[in-house]
Design a protein around this ligand. Structure first.
Ligand code: TRP
Length: 333
């Protein structure tokens, strides 16, 4: 049996270039090698959007479109809607016994999100405990590999702990997953911030039209110490070059631009124009595939329904084993 991949995204908006280098690229690369499940994590998104669930509803099919647009093969990969697999809720309840408050409170990603939301002690329990639900996502599929961005590493570690605890307490049913990081550990935002984030407005979306991409790139932060194009510039820590490194397929051009930048022989405008061209080479086929799928939304719905059906079957099989291991498989009547 082929090894499994499970990973996913919250349907809170369109996916961006950071998602691509962090995880999507690996999914596309490995989709024919691994039995792959992509979870549209609407229940996880609900934990900080429960006052506006309609935002998620609109985005579920958009995320599916993004997957197909980057080249996910719907004949191979199962796209699964989280809330349509109620077995996940059941496993989460069992897993809650295997995690302590102290461990949850140490999760650096959740800590940072609680700070950003200014939740303080008023953090909803659902949000605070979403790493347990994410552990269920991964464990129910018995995934061996989880392609994710760096910020998700604490979730994978939490999953590994829960799986070890489950297997040693009950029996060896679950699989300890490994994280797979993307080629670029962290793509900065166009404002030079640590990462792309919808709320900061510093993203380039995979679905952006050429004009929007151009505007974003031309207004990108570069080397703040450089005032004239003849000043020697810094390449390291310069977001424009981070994007060149991540997306420009013309490596010789990137090396040449870096050399000229360091020597003060090229202006920011030219470096950005060449980045625009490179991003267009990357985005054009993605746009083409999106247009193709947009013209057939019924087919996209079918893909998601069929993926969810197959994903749920896997979840149900795992839960039968989980219940037996936990002596919860009562045979009354
Ligand atoms: N937490 C992930 C994110 O915010 C989404 C997610 C939900 C996920 N369940 C998952 C990722 C399981 C990997 C595996 O992007």
């Amino acid at each position: 049996m082929a090894k499994r991949i499970l990973t996913g995204d919250r349907p809170t908006g369109p996916l961006h270039l950071g998602h691509y280098v962090g995880s999507l690229q690996n999914r596309v690369r490995l989709q024919h090698e691994y039995d792959t499940y992509l979870l549209i994590a609407d229940l996880q998104a609900l934990t900080d959007n429960f006052e506006h669930p309609e935002h998620l509803n609109e985005n579920v099919l958009q995320v599916a479109m993004d997957y197909l647009a980057v080249g996910i093969d719907p004949d191979k990969v199962k796209i699964v809607v989280q809330s349509m697999v109620p077995e996940l809720a059941e496993l989460t309840i069992y897993f809650m016994n295997l995690v302590t408050v102290a461990t949850l409170e140490r999760n650096p990603t959740v800590k940072e999100e609680i700070r950003q939301h200014r939740f303080g002690r008023a953090v909803p329990v659902g949000f605070w405990s979403y790493p347990i639900s994410q552990a269920s996502d991964i464990a129910i599929f018995k995934a061996e590999l989880v392609p994710v961005g760096e910020d998700q590493l604490p979730m994978i570690e939490q999953t590994r702990e829960i799986v070890r605890r489950f297997n040693s307490l009950y029996s060896e049913v679950l699989v300890e997953p490994k994280a797979l990081l993307g080629a670029v550990a962290r793509l900065p935002g166009t404002d030079g911030g640590a990462k792309m984030s919808k709320s900061l407005g510093n993203c380039v979306y995979l679905s952006d039209p050429p004009e929007t991409v151009r505007k974003r790139v031309m207004s990108m932060y570069t080397d703040p110490t450089r005032i004239h194009p003849t000043d020697p510039g810094h390449v390291e820590g310069n977001p424009v070059f981070a994007y060149h490194d991540a997306f420009n397929d013309d490596r010789a051009e990137v090396e040449e631009l870096k050399e000229r930048y360091r020597a003060g022989r090229v202006g920011d405008v030219e470096v950005k124009q060449r980045l625009c061209a490179a991003l267009e080479r990357f985005l054009a086929p993605i746009r083409e595939r999106r247009a193709h799928h947009l013209s057939n939304p019924v087919r996209v719905r079918e893909i998601v329904l069929e993926g969810t059906r197959q994903g749920r079957a896997v979840a149900q099989a795992t839960m039968a084993e989980v219940r037996a291991a936990m002596k919860l498989d009562y045979k009354f009547g």
